[in-house]
Design a protein around this ligand. Structure first.
Ligand SMILES: *Cc1c(COP(=O)(O)O)cnc(C)c1O
Length: 400
């Protein structure tokens, strides 16, 4: 570690609460590459945790942010603004849900909105409020979304959590059926669990949840915060499941390429459940964030990034499968598009550290999964370089 990195990390450790443990100080980013304060460059296969789907500082996004920042940065929700209104129209169009959008500032806040909307609808439809969520899922860190996140490691120490959640096993429809009771109003899940280990729902499970929701008059809520915005090769991961449409879905992370934004999108049935003053957020639909999001969507369309996520993501998974075949400690490659997990039967921390020293940033998903979330702009040439780095890192970790 050189001087600047050490200096900033020293100050960070003394003044920033220790909820994170960074070892690199990022100074700038361009495309798939980021640079640290000492000038070292890395391939960013974290995409800032699933945020930079169009790469860092894409010219069209930067131009949109610049122009909007010089025009209007905030007006409040007492007034409408153009970028957010156009974005709502676009989200409804690309999702095909036919409803309306509500804007906020993060994934947790979007999921809070989904939970509140489901409860408001349930109050008027049989006095129901309970939401069934999946074990190993992840929905955020506010108290309600933490209660929705059925994982002990992040709930510990925060009792009492809000009531009104029941847990079921992912990819096990019988377990979901068993968790549904008189007070159940909704089932909430990720089509591909991200934090929980990069686990895609099976076709059968997604269709089973939809059918169960239809049968019991429950809302199906998809949390697309990580798997949405093209990450898995369709705009939203649930669109990869034939015949499945949720009633509500949420997105955040990649929506505005790093400008904080979250959105809840509904079908037509739920479009007017939130009524005047029944929910709000000061910065929701911020014009700079919305201008960035509109630019992100047009870049994904113009550059064919959904197709690229499938194609180059497939090549990356193939290359990783080759490593699984040659190393006993590597068990499996999972995921869809460019949401990819490499499963090991050991702690993956040394692998992630070796990747970093080779110049490639990746992250974990739990203790045993290396998670790769490259920008959807990743090309085949850069993929080759990346695979060489992964190869060298694995050699280094498993040779001794
Ligand atoms: C990251 C994430 C969240 C939380 O989003 P924040 O913006 O950090 O609040 C919720 N759900 C999923 C699936 C996520 O990956």
């Amino acid at each position: 570690m050189s001087n600047k990195t050490q200096e900033i990390l020293g100050l960070y450790k003394s003044k920033v609460m220790p909820t994170y443990a960074p070892s690199v100080v990022i100074a700038s980013g361009k495309g798939i590459t980021v640079r640290d304060v000492d000038g070292r460059s890395y391939y960013d296969f974290t995409s800032g945790i699933g945020v930079h789907n169009v790469g860092h500082c894409h010219k069209k996004v930067v131009d949109a942010i610049r122009t909007q920042a010089a025009t209007l940065t905030h007006a409040s929700n007492l007034f409408a603004n153009v970028p957010a209104t156009l974005l709502a129209d676009k989200l409804v169009e690309i999702s095909g849900l036919g409803g309306k959008a509500f804007f906020c500032n993060s994934g947790a806040e979007a999921n809070e909105a989904a939970i509140k909307l489901a409860r408001k609808w349930g109050a008027a439809n049989g006095g129901r409020y309970e939401i069934v969520t999946m074990r190993q899922g992840f929905h955020g860190r506010t108290l309600a979304t933490l209660a929705a996140t059925a994982q002990a490691w992040c709930q510990e120490g925060y009792d009492p959590l809000p009531v009104g959640f029941a847990y079921a096993d992912f990819n096990d429809i019988e377990s979901v059926k068993a968790a549904v009771g008189d007070k159940t109003v909704a089932v909430m899940l990720e089509a591909v669990q991200g934090e929980g280990g990069v686990l895609p729902a099976t076709d059968e499970f997604m269709r089973g949840v939809r059918a169960l929701c239809d049968e019991k008059n429950l809302l199906m809520i998809c949390d697309e915060v990580q798997c949405g915005m093209g990450r898995t090769g369709s705009w939203f991961a649930w669109q990869g499941y034939e015949g499945v449409k949720p009633d509500l879905f949420t997105c955040a992370k990649a929506i505005a390429d790093g400008i904080p934004m979250g959105a809840l999108v509904s079908n037509a049935k739920l479009a007017d459940v939130f009524t005047l003053s029944s929910h709000a957020s000061t910065f929701g639909g911020n014009p700079v964030a919305a201008a960035a999001a509109n630019a992100v969507i047009s870049v994904i369309e113009d550059e064919g990034l959904l197709e690229n996520a499938v194609k180059v993501g497939g090549l990356l998974r193939e290359a990783l499968q080759g490593f699984v075949d040659s190393y006993d400690k590597l068990l499996e490659v999972r995921g869809k598009g460019m949401l990819i997990g490499l499963v090991a039967d050991c702690d993956v921390k040394p692998i992630i550290e070796a990747l970093q020293s080779q110049g490639l940033l990746a992250l974990s998903a739990g203790k045993n999964v290396v998670r790769f979330l490259p920008p959807l702009t990743l090309g085949e040439d850069d993929l080759e370089d990346a695979v060489d780095m992964i190869s060298d890192a694995l050699d280094e970790v498993f040779s001794d």
